[in-house]
Design a protein around this ligand. Structure first.
Ligand SMILES: CC(C)(COP(=O)(O)OP(=O)(O)OC[C@H]1O[C@@H](n2cnc3c(N)ncnc32)[C@H](O)[C@@H]1OP(=O)(O)O)[C@@H](O)C(=O)NCCC(=O)NCCS
Length: 175
């Protein structure tokens, strides 16, 4: 299809809590370079001029993004989520609806943030980790774990048998 429609743009972003880890493989396997990816931002979203949004991202209605926020490539942000000033969202992150990310939060690549979660300012979420629905993240979360609750605690590590993500797997797609 991409060959038949050489001028078409493509949007392929991370998905469900059970499949999010696989999307990086799919996207990096596509025979297209970054110029073929679209980024779609709903018209209700007003971006400050100092924000940076990567390619192949979708930002849904009523998301609020504050100043000096960076959103990497291949990210999805569901409705009504707030990303506060100076936060950095890594490539391949999926952030659910009604999430509140405080200022200066650092989210590694390939994270999945369950709907309704809240993150205290300055916390880090390690690459590949999943934060469960409705959690309150008050301390740093390591890489490759599932954490949930209020306050969020690590429930389990993500193993090779589960939804393991290799952080070095996240290379931007190239031609
Ligand atoms: C965190 C999550 C991945 C855990 O799923 P799981 O690995 O199947 O784990 P379980 O459901 O077996 O739960 C394990 C324990 O964690 C607890 N738990 C699970 N999710 C929790 C959450 N979000 N907050 C608090 N505790 C949670 C369970 O109560 C259970 O505790 P127990 O052992 O004392 O009974 C899942 O509950 C979750 O939140 N997924 C995200 C869903 C989401 O964001 N959907 C939005 C789609 S857009």
């Amino acid at each position: 299809m991409l060959g038949v429609e050489p001028d078409a743009f493509l949007l392929a972003v991370p998905g469900s809590p059970t499949s999010y880890a696989k999307r990086a493989e799919v996207i990096t396997g596509l025979p297209v370079d970054e110029s073929r990816f679209a980024t779609i931002i709903h018209p209700s979203v007003q971006l400050p001029p100092d924000c940076r949004i990567g390619f192949n991202c979708i930002i849904m209605p009523n998301v609020f993004i504050s100043s000096n926020v960076t959103v990497g490539n291949h990210c999805v942000i569901l409705p009504n989520t707030v990303i506060s000033h100076d936060s950095v969202i890594g490539d391949y992150c999926c952030i659910g609806s009604n999430v509140s990310v405080s200022g200066s939060v650092n989210m590694g690549k390939g994270c999945y943030i369950g709907s309704g979660s809240r993150m205290r300012e300055h916390v880090s979420i390690g690459a590949g980790s999943l934060v469960g629905l409705g959690s309150a993240v008050l301390k740093d979360i390591p890489e490759q774990v599932i954490a949930a609750g209020s306050p969020a605690r690590v429930l389990k590590e993500i193993t090779a048998d589960g939804v393991k993500i290799q952080p070095d797997q996240y290379q931007p797609a190239t031609g």
